[in-house]
Design a protein around this ligand. Structure first.
Ligand code: NOJ
Length: 752
């Protein structure tokens, strides 16, 4: 970082199309920042340096005065969860005016998918396949959060996850390195804006570095064992993208990675992040994860834990005090060096300068006005709309006519204002949520909406209201059943062994389907649930995730066809928990299954003596395919894919290749389509996945309109780490352009 503006060249979504954007890092030139940091560092006592490496939780103090005392004495350089313009200004004034060196605090908070205006959970936002609207959503979150004194958010969460049992799947952007990287870039740009020193910008904190989404068995905080090829080709990709987008901070994770907890992992923190990627922001631990090194059996005590985390490269400790209690002793014993401490403090101070905190530490009193602006709510509605994925629509059950005589609105998630906000929502208010019930009543009027909750909450097994629900269904023209999970069933620590619809929801759906009325199931949930039976029992299914403040109007917009559903799945839907892990970016095995080889369990003769059941890689009960594949999503219109062409059938190491197809809207409605581009490297020095997403484009086509969509591949897009080097290997490649990972027009070329 040596100039006022530095240019980041971003290889956009590996289409080979590269574009550059400029991003101002701080109000002063970077060499200027370095000089300021060094000048300040030279004046600091060891106690003040330790203070900068310490982030404290206000809840751990004995009242406000003791927080002020810690700040005044320079014992803490950061607070988390300290909120409100007046409060923040007051504590910042102590840091600026009463501490010896006047170093501002950096105040952090989890603003994961919105602040007061709540957007869909990140997995929902990822279903939009629209990084631009997500960038804007994070911009809005930052405008709101900064108005309350926050200058640093612990987002984006970009852990790739292929296990829907893991509650934190809700917080990430799905299973694919390319898709998650695209969102990682957009989110960082939204959070930090064009200039991190702008009063509305926050520092992003990329988390959880690394591998946390691979927690064994989908059980939170669990061990991860990830070989280096998988780590580099999949797990680390979004982190590198976030770093390249200018993310100022990283967070280490809770998990043990290949025998070394990530909070003390020199390979990820030192070798990859600092030496290879040249990251020059700072790394914070996760909450208490330094002390948890003891539980992991990797550190003997707090002193040992501090020593290992510091030496591995964790600059700031979150919430616990292993650093502040032990650094001096560790220095005395020569277990850590003063130069390592200086490096950590330098990293932290640099970010504080780049955020403009020294020049402008206070929040404007105008701040309150920046919450829930109507334009923010409009955007939340748009994002929620684009996040909905239509999984079924038999005989055009949807959209419903606005002239419909009446609808039955049933189900535990129809009017659950807190639940639709989803997990990790500290600052959203349920009184601001517009529920589906409210939105439907606003559109149709109370009289045309026959509402019976049926089950009071998702896990409810009490069937006493089933009759009422069925009666309401019978006197209506269509049934809208709002199924799902409450917010508390996903998120940190909220993992499930089974991923079915909880409680008696499936039975109620069955009872409703027997009425013969058109049954539309809308699912609001924090994970991809195994809903095969419910899909079968219904006529149409919309998967709406936890859609945030404006979920209700967004869903209603789609139900009445104001717009067509356009979301696509960012994660594979499995048939049941026993099929996990199952994701599209998988390896072929020596015995891939196909329709020909597969014998469903019910077709096996009772006394089967034969030995020709297939011996292929599949399950007798689940088969060999997903319930819904990655990238899948239906529309009210139809899109036809035709005319796939390649600019050449060979590509050399200095060249590129352009793959094109024509997409035509052949249906009856203007709509968006997400065009997806996949490749397969047929033979490699290590086995390669059967498909890899390498590009996507959301396009809008009016009725009858067609568009040619082109993707450019460069050799870098074919490169992978094979255990020794990262390179593209000569050989045959397949390409597909299509509407999902399971369909598409096929072509091939040779890389020489
Ligand atoms: C623990 C979570 O793992 C992390 O994501 C979060 O940012 C911190 N707590 C702070 O709340």
């Amino acid at each position: 970082m040596n100039s006022l503006k530095y240019k980041v060249t971003l290889l956009l979504i590996v289409t080979g199309i590269s574009f550059s954007f400029s991003c101002k890092r701080g109000a002063v030139g970077n060499s200027d920042v370095d000089m300021k940091v060094n000048a300040l560092l030279s004046k600091m006592t060891i106690e003040e340096k330790i203070g900068q490496m310490t982030q404290l939780d206000p809840g751990s103090f004995d009242g406000k005065e003791s927080i002020k005392a810690a700040v005044r004495d320079g014992r803490c350089g950061s607070l988390l969860n300290y909120l409100g313009p007046v409060e923040v200004n007051e504590i910042q004034k102590v840091a600026m005016e009463e501490s010896r060196l006047g170093i501002p605090l950096i105040i952090g908070r989890d603003v994961i998918h919105g602040f007061r205006t709540v957007f869909p959970i990140p997995l929902g936002m990822a279903s939009s396949w629209d990084p631009e609207i997500v960038r804007e959503a994070f911009r809005i979150s930052s405008i709101e959060a900064s108005s309350q004194g926050i200058k640093w958010t612990f987002a984006p969460m970009i852990d790739i996850c292929r296990d829907p049992r893991w509650g934190r799947i809700a917080e990430g952007c799905g299973e694919d390195p390319y898709l998650v990287s695209s969102f990682a870039t957009a989110m960082v740009k939204g959070i930090q804006g064009d200039n991190p020193a702008d009063p509305t910008s926050l520092a992003a904190c990329v988390k959880h570095y690394a591998g946390y989404g691979y927690s064994e068995g989908g059980r939170d905080y669990n061990t991860t064992n990830i070989i280096e090829t998988e780590l580099r080709n999949v797990v680390l990709k979004p982190f590198k993208a976030a770093k390249d987008a200018g993310a100022l901070t990283f967070m280490s994770a809770f998990n043990d990675l290949n025998g070394v907890p990530t909070t003390a992992n020199e390979f990820t923190l030192r070798q990859v992040l600092r030496n290879e990627w040249k990251f020059d922001g700072f790394v914070v631990s996760d909450w208490g994860s330094v002390m948890e090194l003891i539980n992991h059996g990797y550190a003997l005590d707090a002193k040992d834990a501090a020593c290992k985390a510091i030496n591995a490269g964790v600059d700031m400790e979150m919430a616990t005090t292993a650093y502040s209690d032990n650094i001096k002793q560790l220095l005395k014993e020569g277990k850590i060096t003063e130069s390592r401490i200086d490096e950590a403090v330098r990293n932290i101070l640099k970010v504080k300068y780049e955020l403009g905190l020294f020049e402008n530490p206070y929040v404007s009193p105008e701040a309150e006005k920046k919450l829930l602006d109507p334009s923010f709510l409009d955007h939340a509605r748009k994002v929620a709309r684009e996040s909905v994925v239509m999984l079924k629509n038999d005989r055009s059950t949807l959209p419903l006519s606005m002239n419909i005589t009446s609808v039955a609105v049933i189900g535990p998630l129809a009017d659950a204002p807190r639940d639709q906000l989803g997990t990790w929502c500290f600052d959203g208010r349920e009184e601001n949520s517009v529920t589906p019930l409210k939105a439907l009543r606003d559109i149709l009027g109370d009289k045309r909406v026959n509402y019976v909750v049926g089950l009071k909450y998702s896990r409810d097994k009490n069937k006493s209201d089933f009759d009422k629900a069925v009666a309401a269904a019978k006197r209506s023209d269509a049934i809208l059943f709002f199924a799902g999970e409450e917010w508390i069933l996903s998120g940190e620590g909220q993992c499930r062994g089974e991923i079915n619809l909880p409680g008696a929801q499936t039975e109620l759906i069955d009872a409703l389907s027997r009425t013969g009325k058109p049954l539309i199931v809308v699912v609001l949930a924090g994970r991809p649930l195994a809903i095969g039976k419910e899909v079968e029992a219904s006529n149409a299914v919309l998967y709406a995730w936890h859609g945030g403040t404006m979920a209700g109007p967004a869903i209603a917009d789609l139900i009445f066809g104001k717009e067509s559903p356009s979301g696509k799945l960012p994660v594979t839907f499995v048939k049941g928990a026993g099929q996990i892990p199952f994701y599209y970016y998988r390896y072929n095995t020596g015995r891939p299954a196909s329709a020909k080889s597969y014998t469903p369990i019910d077709s096996i003769p009772v006394k089967n003596q034969q030995t020709s059941l297939g011996y292929k890689s599949s399950y007798l009960d689940y088969g060999y395919s997903a319930l819904f594949p990655f990238g899948f999503g239906l529309s009210y219109t139809k899109f036809n894919y035709s005319d796939l062409s390649l600019s050449s059938n060979t590509m050399n190491s200095n060249g590129t290749i352009t793959v094109k197809a024509t997409v035509t809207n052949t249906g009856n409605m203007d709509a968006d389509e997400i065009v997806q581009f996949y490749i397969r490297d047929r033979v490699g020095s290590i086995t390669r996945p059967i498909k890899e997403l390498k590009g996507f484009r959301r396009i809008h086509l009016t009725k009858g309109e067609k568009s040619e969509v082109a993707f450019v591949l460069a050799p870098d897009d074919l490169a992978f780490f094979n255990g020794t080097i990262t390179a593209a290997e000569p050989g045959e490649f397949d390409v597909w352009i299509g509407p999902s990972s399971a369909e598409g027009l096929h072509g091939e070329f040779r890389f020489e």
